[in-house]
Design a protein around this ligand. Structure first.
Ligand code: ADA
Length: 564
């Protein structure tokens, strides 16, 4: 299923995960069984296939009615067919989408999803890059049966009073398939419940209502304290429950105060990792067990945050971060988009759609504390400033409660720092440049404070070095050896965390990951080898270096008043 908990007690939902039949348009119409969620690169006959393939399966319905097909992610372009008719589509592997079929008869039906993972002029987010775009249905698929009206989604936020108590505000969005008489909507959370009325709706109409729930004695969500509460909404006509929706939320506050990021009023020191949705065995379709293994490693190394480089992550991964108390910088889908594409109208449309889906689908996760955008894009030109300003405005309109940042590599040239709430820099002193970290960040932070970052937090959103897993040079510590990676990371992390001007680091990167063919010439083994572990999560020597430093920082934090 698409979440780690059941989202419905009233609505009938079934998983469509399992074995589908894939037929690749590879010139031989190769047709084989294929796992969903999964990527076709794992199928030997399709290991290097890039193009269009069709996933097909039958679906049997036991009654007439409305059906919602919900896709967690299809990589990267989907066209969906029901009994041979096109019923919808979607672009971008990293946000979900749903297709409403208002009136379906009981019996057996044919569901086909045509998947295209090719790089083309139609794709401005999935482009040849320093990470892999896989082909497949990378996240779970569900079939929901809905009646005359159903709850589309709900958004939650909590306001803290002076005395530390919270008031919850919940907006519930309802859609009518057929004429819906006035209905009652019961919303409950943390022992508090309220009932309101949803006005009658014409077929196809939607409405939203906001309710307010005072709650008391809740346990705050915090780092390594994933206190969560079930938020339930139930729609009734007369005495009949016609639909419901369940989510999980947390009570915490995130604020920027001068140069500090405050979680529940306490200064946060970020000890993070950049993590691609990529794994040597699963590609971008990691099962929740593998996600949990990754997060257990993060905690074991003394980490407290993940940056979802460079796209929105699987809601099940975010659910785990919610449960484990791990902070998330979630960002939209962009990595150093080439100028020609960045200036296109199609990029503006596809990137704005990603922003809308990222926030409307993930806004309730307490672990997300920063929205990020446009990693290493054109933040050093006036045109680029226009794009950053427009997208930051869009993110703020979608969620005014969280700070916004973007990771830049335009050191000493960026002209957008003033637009963000947190100034964040990708730096590689000792790897790409010969600088000592201390000297480099002293110059960089001085420049930043004179160019838009004054009196706001600074984060190092990327820092690290490469090592070929298993390559050792104990004598010379030559570049690409595991020993050299330890040396560089030690200098980088200690220098940055000893700077009072910086709120923390995201190491690049958690684990080695595949890169697209165009990048392979720059990347040994066709991988980005800056992982602390290899692509199968076998630790490199630097695992223990990071663990020693991040864990030690924990002790510094506990002595420093108010830091976590
Ligand atoms: C950039 C980029 C990362 C990765 C990194 C590297 O900072 O944001 O995605 O490519 O460089 O490994 O060089």
């Amino acid at each position: 299923m698409q979440r780690l908990f059941s989202e419905h007690a009233v609505r009938s939902v079934r998983s469509l995960d399992g074995i589908w039949q894939i037929t690749a348009h590879d010139g031989r119409e190769t047709s084989l069984p294929a796992g969903v969620p999964g990527i076709w690169d794992r199928i030997p006959a399709l290991a290097s296939f890039r193009g269009t393939a069709e996933y097909a399966r039958k679906v049997r319905l036991s009654r007439d009615g409305g059906v919602l097909l919900r896709f967690g992610g299809v990589s990267h372009t989907a066209r969906v067919f029901w009994d041979g008719a096109k019923v919808g589509g979607h672009y971008n592997a990293f946000t979900g989408f749903e297709i409403l079929l208002p009136k379906v008869n009981k019996g057996e039906h044919a569901l086909v999803v045509e998947v295209d993972d090719s790089y083309s002029v139609r794709s401005t987010l999935h482009v040849p890059n320093d990470y892999m775009t896989y082909g497949g249905m990378n996240r779970p698929v569900e079939l929901h049966e809905v009646g005359d009206g159903y709850i589309e989604r709900m958004t939650f936020y909590a306001r803290e009073a002076e005395n530390g108590s919270f008031t919850a505000y919940v907006r519930v969005y309802v859609k009518a398939l057929r004429a819906l008489p006035a209905a009652s909507l019961a919303v409950s959370l943390a022992g508090s419940e309220t009932v309101c009325t949803v006005p009658g709706l014409a077929p196809g109409a939607s409405a939203s209502v906001e309710v307010c729930l005072p709650v008391s004695d809740v346990r705050r969500w915090d780092i390594r304290q994933g206190n969560l509460y079930e938020l339930k909404a139930c729609l009734r006509t007369g005495e009949t429950e016609i639909d419901d929706l369940i989510d999980r939320v947390g009570f915490r506050t995130v604020r920027i105060e001068g140069e500090d990021i405050l979680l529940n009023g306490k200064k946060v020191r970020v000890k993070g990792f950049n993590r691609h949705e990529d794994h040597g065995q699963f590609g971008c379709a990691l099962p929740p067990e593998a996600m949990l293994d990754d997060l257990q490693r993060v905690l074991d190394m003394g980490g407290n945050s993940i940056r979802t480089c460079h796209y929105p992550n699987d809601p099940r991964f975010l659910d785990l971060c919610d449960e484990l108390g791990i902070l998330v910088w979630e960002e939209n889908h962009a990595r150093a988009i080439p100028k020609k594409i960045f200036h296109s109208k199609l990029f503006a449309r596809q990137s704005a759609a990603c922003n809308e889906e990222m926030i409307t689908q993930h806004v309730n996760h307490p672990s997300i504390f920063v929205w990020g955008l446009l990693n290493e894009c054109e933040s050093d030109t006036q045109f680029g400033r226009g794009v950053y300003a427009a997208q930051i405005a869009q993110l703020r309109a979608l969620d005014p409660t969280r700070p916004i940042s973007f990771a830049t590599c335009k050191h000493f040239a960026d002209i957008c720092l003033d637009l963000a709430d947190i100034a964040s820099f990708n730096i590689y002193p000792g790897w790409y440049t010969g600088d000592s970290t201390a000297d480099f960040i002293a110059r960089l932070f001085r420049w930043a404070d004179e160019n838009g970052a004054r009196n706001k937090p600074i984060l190092i959103s990327e820092i690290g070095a490469g090592a070929i897993a298993g390559f050792h040079d104990p004598v010379r510590h030559v570049k690409w050896s595991e020993e050299r990676q330890c040396d560089i990371l030690r200098d980088q992390l200690l220098s940055v965390h000893q700077s009072p001007r910086c709120s923390g680091t995201y190491i690049w990167q958690f684990a080695d990951g595949k890169v697209s063919d165009d990048w392979a010439v720059h990347r040994p083994k066709s991988m980005n080898n800056k992982g602390i572990m290899d692509q199968y999560r076998n630790p490199k020597m630097s695992y223990m270096t990071v663990r020693e430093i991040y864990t030690q920082l924990e002790s510094w934090n506990s002595t420093a008043a108010g830091e976590t």
